[in-house]
Ligand binder design. Structure first.
Ligand code: PGA
Length: 279
């Protein structure tokens, strides 16, 4: 696991955009470039671009804004990329303003050259959410997600894998913790309007992505980050499953890093990162 500590939320977004951009750049033949060396094709898809796993929530928004800026001002093209979302509320229509299908389009994909038909999320608004979860898992199993962007809940969740989620879980229905409903109430008129149920990629689904990039900013994430990075591997902190992944990056600001015991070591490793090693 690589822990990158940046001075501000802005710097976190810049670094996250750098990392994601390294996967989406395509050369003029439509082939992904090899930023990490000859063996690192950064997950090119048959569409010609990378398969990106994206997340909603507040934290990734600054990263999306930076990627949109680079698309508009610096010719960063997402042509051929496919997007898979982490999760979706059960019972919200796809065009509901707070559905994650709508949110990712409003906040990101509508503003770049990703084909709308190539943006996938679990179908939370169907008569049979359990089947929808199985269908989504099947679909994502057929793709290799190159990089999965993740936020972290104050309770340590990734996606909507709440504490005590099976470490082997796949896409399925989950019931939100009251803490998560309270955290997300700001997006709705009241906490009563936050759906209690969601469909989420499981912890095993997330593990299959080639690279996990978890972003967190602010002091309210410090305890969850400390548990995820330095705590025991435990379903009590679903983000601790990043410890199992061969290529996981935890990208945080100073505040979110404030409870890390080995903080100085992480900064030392970052400052002494070999130039030939990609992020
Ligand atoms: P946030 O959510 O970025 O809005 O804090 C993160 C999450 O719950 O995964």
């Amino acid at each position: 696991m690589e822990i990158l500590i940046r001075p501000s939320a802005y710097a976190v977004a810049q670094q996250a955009a750098d990392i994601i951009a390294s996967y989406v750049r395509v050369d003029h033949n439509g082939s992904p470039q090899n930023p990490g060396g000859a063996d690192d094709d950064r997950g090119g898809d048959s569409n010609g671009g990378a398969v990106l796993g994206l997340a909603t929530g507040s934290t990734p928004l600054a990263t999306y804004q930076e990627l949109i800026r680079r698309h508009k001002q610096e010719d960063l093209s997402f042509r051929g990329c496919t997007v898979f979302m982490l999760d979706e509320y059960v019972g919200l229509a796809p065009d509901h303003e707070q559905s994650y299908a709508r949110t990712i389009r409003r906040e990101f994909t509508d503003h770049v050259d990703i084909d709308d038909a190539d943006v996938y999320s679990p179908a939370g608004n169907t008569a049979d959410p359990l089947q929808a979860a199985a269908d989504y898992e099947e679909l994502i199993t057929r793709k290799q997600v190159a990089i999965q962007l993740l936020g972290i809940g104050t309770n340590g969740h990734i996606g909507f894998n709440e504490p005590t989620s099976s470490l082997n879980s796949v896409t399925r229905l989950k019931t939100l913790q009251p803490q998560t409903i309270a955290d997300n109430a700001r997006f709705f008129d009241s906490a009563d309007e936050v759906p209690k149920h969601v469909l989420t990629q499981g912890l095993a689904t997330i593990q299959r992505a080639g690279h996990l990039l978890l972003v967190a900013t602010g002091a309210n994430k410090a305890a969850a980050i400390a548990a995820a990075v330095e705590g025991p591997l435990s379903s009590m902190c679903p983000a601790s499953t990043l410890q199992l992944h061969p290529h996981a990056t935890v990208l945080v600001d100073e505040q979110a890093a404030s409870l890390l015991t080995f903080r100085e070591y992480y900064q030392y490793a970052d400052q002494n990162k070999p130039s030939y090693q990609a992020y």
